[in-house]
Design a protein around this ligand. Structure first.
Ligand code: PLP
Length: 440
């Protein structure tokens, strides 16, 4: 049974450097079963909230300084769907950063939205994808020439941030909305100087609270700054959401609101210090560590200079009782939170110190420039067309029916509706993808 399999894993007592942010800490005493309620006169109803859920949303709104904050137990996926629906209401054109999560592409397919893509920067120094350049957004907004909606993902999976303040300024000048997928950055509000999208000028921010905070998986918030989007927000969420939102998840979101209000700043400044210390240990050992505009609590490092691919390093960490969030050929990503124990940190530090250096490995080949494939049909047309699965060899010249992204962190190589060329084929091979759904 899955229950036994999960228990088997739990019994290994790995140090969790992955989501969710609660790290197994029980933030309330009540057995979860007791809290698993439904809509009753006393428990309110999420999409028509006027009672206890409304009050919980009012507490988050106050904490984040929004004009409305919506609770989601359907993850950030539901917040992203809601956000895109709200932006689409008056049919504004959408400009989107290409490093986009599949949930946004799915929402675009369902809503019939065809965005204009902006490719994020790539830091060749450290071989990591970076943020979206505000200059590129400005140029695109000027080219479109009418109020639009800009959709960006910041921080990205590696913790790299976009310059939201400058992007927001360009958007405001042109009466355009700025939507931020802040899945990995809910806690940015609680740094010494907030880096939360809403504080930097975003119109809406979708926050996957469960990734870095003490919230059950699935708990997220959508914060809305634009007053004129508030009225239709619940209706937009109800279009996609389950009619049975989870009370245990919603309850952890509210307990987390209280936790952040009372302890957020203190705990996250301590976490920044712990992260800094571990990054220094890694640098002394010879690792490459992400730098520049990045989330100071995310640990993204590579041990290639001392002979380990990202995947080999992750395997080594696992063998030493440390479970990372993600690894690829180059990097390992660790997601710590204030709920990691001292033992977790010690185990991680000891593992880094004890790693035996080997012969340097150069970084695996990255394309010099990302050129986007040609678009043959809209995302919606391609997703709803008839598909067939073909090998990569047979995919050249065919139209992709699905999003292909070396997930989780990457920039999608092909979007539904785009034509697969040699360049895309080579990239897909590089990421170990061998088959693809194409339009029949
Ligand atoms: C950048 C980004 N956006 C959105 C999501 C979706 O969030 P959730 O899993 O909370 O639905 C993820 C999940 O990994 C993500 O990495």
């Amino acid at each position: 049974m899955l229950y036994d399999d999960l228990k088997h894993y739990i019994n290994k007592e790995m140090a969790s450097f992955h989501t969710p942010g609660h790290k197994g800490t029980k933030i309330f005493d009540q057995p979860i079963w007791d809290l698993d309620l439904t809509e009753l006169p006393e428990t309110d109803s999420l999409y028509e909230a006027s009672g206890v859920l409304f009050k919980a949303e009012e507490r988050v709104k106050k904490l984040f300084g929004s004009n409305k904050s919506l609770i989601s137990s359907g993850g950030n996926t539901l917040c992203i769907q809601t956000m895109i629906r709200l932006a689409s209401l008056d049919k504004k054109p959408i400009i989107a950063g290409r490093n986009i999560h599949r949930s946004a592409v799915g929402a675009m397919a369902l809503l019939g939205i065809q965005p204009e893509w902006v490719v994020p920067e790539y830091d060749k120094d450290i071989n990591l994808p970076g943020g979206i350049n505000p200059e590129n957004i400005k140029n695109r907004l000027d080219k479109i020439g009418i109020p639009s909606a800009v959709y960006i993902t910041s921080p990205n999976y590696h913790g790299m941030l976009s310059d939201i303040k400058s992007i927001a300024k360009e958007c405001r000048k042109r009466d355009s909305l700025l939507l931020v997928d802040n899945a990995h950055g809910t806690h940015l509000k609680f740094l010494k100087n907030s880096l939360h999208p809403l504080d930097l000028g975003a119109s809406m921010s979708a926050d996957s609270a469960h990734k870095t905070l003490p919230v059950l998986t699935g708990g997220a918030w959508l914060h809305i700054k634009e007053q004129n989007l508030v009225d239709r927000a619940k209706e937009a969420m109800a279009l996609f959401g389950s009619t049975s939102p989870s009370y245990p998840i919603m309850c952890t979101l509210d307990i987390c609101t209280h936790y952040l209000m009372t302890q957020g700043k203190k705990d996250f400044s301590e976490l920044v210090e712990k992260t800094k210390k571990i990054k220094n240990t890694a640098i002394e050992k010879g690792f490459i560590v992400s730098k520049g505009m990045c989330d100071p609590t995310r640990i993204t490092f590579s041990a290639r200079p001392i002979g380990y691919t990202g995947n080999a390093l992750a395997q080594y960490l696992r063998a030493n009782g440390v479970e990372p969030e993600f690894s690829d050929e180059n990097y390992v990503v660790l997601i710590p939170s204030p709920f990691n124990s001292n033992e977790d940190w010690k185990r991680l530090e000891k593992s880094i110190i004890n790693l035996k250096p080997k012969k340097t490995l150069n970084f695996s080949r990255q394309p010099d420039k990302i050129t986007l494939p040609e678009t043959h049909m809209t995302i919606r047309e391609a997703v709803f067309a008839k598909h067939k699965k073909v090998s990569l060899e047979n995919s050249i010249g065919k139209v992709a029916g699905e999003i292909i992204c070396p997930c989780p962190p990457g920039i999608p190589i092909v979007m539904p509706g785009e034509v697969i060329g040699n360049f895309e084929k080579e990239l897909l091979i590089l990421y170990g993808i061998s088959e693809i759904h194409v339009v029949k």
